[in-house]
Design a protein around this ligand. Sequence first.
Ligand code: PEP
Ligand code: MN
Length: 333
Amino acid sequence: MVVLLKKDPNKQQLEGLISWLQSKNIEVHPTVGQTRTILGLIGDTSVIDIDLIRALDIVEDVKRIQEPYKNANRKFHPDDTIIDVSGVKIGGGNFAVIAGPCSVESEEQICSVAESVKASGANLLRGGAFKPRTSPYSFQGMRADGIRLLLEAREKTGLPIVTEIMDAEQLPLFEDVDVIQVGARNMQNFELLKKLGKLDKPVLLKRGFSSTLEELLMSAEYIMAGGNSKVILCERGIRTFETATRNTLDLSAIPVLKELTHLPVVVDPSHATGIARLVAPMSLAATAAGADGLIIEVHNDPTRALCDGPQSLTPEAFDSLAKQIRHMQAALA
Ligand code: PEP
Ligand code: MN
């Protein structure tokens, strides 16, 4: 970290700043220029609140040289992390397709979608049991029954399951779930992230719709700092001024994240676009851009879906997309 001081800083305040930094085990190296002094800080500056320093009267500007996340940082872990989800690997060249309905609606629905996506080559089954809906009057999910039905679908198909948690008090219900999803709305629910950090279970962490990539990585850091390094990042579109799609898929997030972190990156083209016919082109684009996997909504009868029907693929459309994804992968190999 580098601190640029204002001209002629108050000596007492400067000494106060230096001794405060030293008390945090930071070495301070002043460089006195003709008009300005710069302090070079060496040590674990992740413990320093950059805004606190910036707010000081004697400080002109502060710059971080190193990223504030350590566990998620590729600099300290150059090799790709490969996450093993009950036998299915994600990352480091292992591409995973996660497919299934937005919400679990019935035994018949989840089991039939599970069978069909499996036959098309999906590696994991998704399905929401706890649904974060904008309106409290919309379908809120089947909750505990939904998780029970997902486990039943796993039993029938062998597909590991991914489902969203909304509150730490639901954790006991997630004991047998293979991947816990943290949705966009909870990306910065730090207390929840800390609790997930105590588990030995993969977490699919979705990007908040107004979060920067650094904020996404800091949320991953919350989980990893607790000891759980099994974090899968998910780009699911962000809010922009564009209204033609539900969100705007930030495709550049894929190569940027792959540079910054060793964690696997999957893409959700369903929530990113909100429109079923855009899911295939965006899935192929994400695959070409280097994603480690995709999470795609598939419903047996999208027009009657209780949630997110307009963006859900039919099993037939998913089958044809799965083939195209394999062709894209072959073309890239
Ligand atoms: C979901 O995956 O069903 C979901 C609600 O996604 P997001 O958190 O990305 O909106
Ligand atoms: Mn959905």
